[in-house]
Write a protein that binds this ligand. Structure first.
Ligand SMILES: Cc1cc2nc3c(=O)[nH]c(=O)nc-3n(C[C@H](O)[C@H](O)[C@H](O)COP(=O)(O)OP(=O)(O)OC[C@H]3O[C@@H](n4cnc5c(N)ncnc54)[C@H](O)[C@@H]3O)c2cc1C
Length: 468
């Protein structure tokens, strides 16, 4: 352990930010368990010493969408009072056990120490606080006084769950309708087990059930039950259906077998691990895999394909390679535009940037044509004066064919507007109907979806108070 000088206000100068808390890659590649181990509490204690307790804590007010009181819980951990740290965290964060595992940690992007010396490991501190709270039995079911008002929520992702928890705490009776077999949304059917074990989702859902929230799963609103019926039976209806439509890549050869959306691979693997199915709809085993899309979903596909036994995995991206350090286009305290290397990237595969996919090429085997390659071109980007990519020109005289047996499209999801969501559900916008999470904002993050769920619960609470 680092011996601190008496004046620990300089700890951020004397103690480094640890590189990561990952289990060894050669170990974790052979299982589906979370890649990150719980950090040693002593290291965490040192990290809380690095917190500068800023007069204006940007981590709290600027970085964190939930406005977690980060310097305050850091102080309590520093003093060894984990219970008090948890009480502070629980005031603002509905599910610290989710965000502390999957959040990119926007707070760390705006940590003052991070401007020069490496941010405090806030996400790890949050994880240890909530796991300590669960281990000690401090996280108990809510027992609210009932108001007699009823709210229906469609969708059980982080937005719907956060709203359900908050509305239940207000005393309203909450029923969550979910089309899948189990609650959780992308927490369960998108994010891989190796980032968020589903027992963590089950633990929270059980707590919510014991708190009085009803989950009606395998029930698709708009097909099995109409929103208009729900509006008659409940005092308010909250739509938290996420962004279900993946962005496609409409280039020649798209209809060839062997080209799939990322969620077909990821959802299938999670369903298999969750014993919902015996069969993977898409498997990377023994295949040369190309992932189109260089973001987080693509990186989740990489880690999944490696664990499934892919021969090779290449992730390609049309955008240019981001700078290794924070780009001047996103000065502190903004979320830094920079190269991100996930746990999956460390585990294997390769990635390339500035690559435009032109067409999919097929190959006939046993009379059936399947994808066998992608014709790609390098592109040349121009940048603005602060290094932000502006536009590209394809260098079409320099084509290349990447051989592959499986293509995964990880190109994001399409934003919908409330009117079209209502229409898809078979209704129109009307009084008493609210929207939140990705359904309202477009594809985002767990922490933003949860924060939006809390805001929706506040709006619904006011609406129900006004109605009497
Ligand atoms: C592969 C992948 C990995 C991701 N990884 C991360 C990450 O590591 N960190 C991070 O912060 N964010 C991540 N995200 C983004 C994050 O998961 C989403 O922003 C977040 O889950 C959105 O929450 P939500 O509640 O709005 O929607 P969702 O989580 O999409 O939940 C919507 C729910 O509504 C249900 N539903 C839809 N229509 C109906 C209907 N008609 N009737 C009943 N139920 C319905 C769906 O089945 C679903 O359960 C990832 C996204 C993907 C796709």
């Amino acid at each position: 352990m680092t011996v601190l000088k008496d004046d620990s206000s300089k700890a951020f100068l004397e103690i480094a930010r640890p590189a990561s808390f990952y289990r060894p890659a050669e170990e974790r590649l052979h299982d589906w368990k979370e890649v990150e181990a719980l950090p040693d509490p002593e290291i965490l204690h040192e990290q809380t010493l690095r917190c500068m307790n800023c007069g204006i804590p940007y981590c709290h007010g600027y970085g964190c969408p939930l406005e977690n009181a980060i310097p305050d819980f850091n102080r309590e951990v520093r003093c060894g009072d984990w219970r008090s740290a948890w009480e502070i965290l629980a005031q603002t964060s509905p599910f610290p056990e989710f965000t502390s595992r999957v959040c990119p940690a926007l707070c760390e992007g705006s940590c003052s120490a991070g401007a020069e010396y490496g941010s405090v490991t806030i996400r790890q501190i949050e994880k240890t606080i909530i796991e300590t709270a669960f281990a000690n039995g401090w996280v108990t079911p809510d027992t609210p006084k009932r108001t007699g008002k009823r709210v229906a929520i469609v969708g059980s992702g982080p937005a719907g769950l956060a709203a359900a928890q908050a509305l239940n705490r207000q005393g309203h009776e909450v029923t969550v309708f979910e089309k899948e077999k189990s609650p959780g949304g992308l927490l369960r059917y998108g994010i891989p087990e190796f980032k968020l074990e589903k027992r963590i989702v089950n633990r929270r859902v059980r707590l919510m059930e014991v708190s009085g929230i009803e989950f009606l799963c395998a029930t698709r609103v708009g097909r099995d039950i109409s929103p208009d019926y729900l509006l008659r039976k409940y005092d308010a209806l909250l739509i938290a259906t996420g962004t279900p439509t993946p962005r496609d890549l409409d280039i020649p050869g798209r209809s060839l077998p062997g080209i799939h959306f990322a969620l077909e691979l990821l959802g299938g693997q999670n369903r298999l691990l969750g014993h919902e199915t015996d069969l993977l709809p898409v498997s990377a085993k023994g295949k040369r895999v190309v992932i189109i899309g260089g973001g987080d979903t693509g990186s989740d596909c990489l880690g999944t394909a490696l664990r499934q036994g892919a021969i090779s995995v290449e992730q390609i991206e049309i955008m240019p390679k981001p700078p290794v350090e924070r780009s001047p286009s996103t000065p502190w305290p903004e979320w830094p535009y920079m190269l991100r290397t996930s746990s999956s990237h460390i585990e294997g595969g390769s990635r390339r940037w500035s690559i435009l996919s032109k067409q999919f090429l097929g190959n006939k085997e046993d009379g059936r044509e399947r994808v066998a390659g992608i014709e790609v071109y390098p592109v040349e980007w121009s940048f603005d004066e602060r290094g932000k990519p502006l536009r590209f020109v394809p260098k079409s005289d320099n084509p290349e064919i990447i051989p592959c047996d499986l293509v995964l499209l990880a190109l994001g999801f399409l934003k919908q507007n409330p009117k079209s969501i209502a229409e898809e559900l078979g209704t129109t916008l009307q009084e008493g109907m609210f929207f939140c999470g990705d359904a309202a904002s477009g594809p985002s993050l767990v922490v933003r979806a949860a924060a939006d769920g809390l805001r929706a619960a506040e709006r619904i609470g006011e609406f129900l108070r006004d109605r009497k």
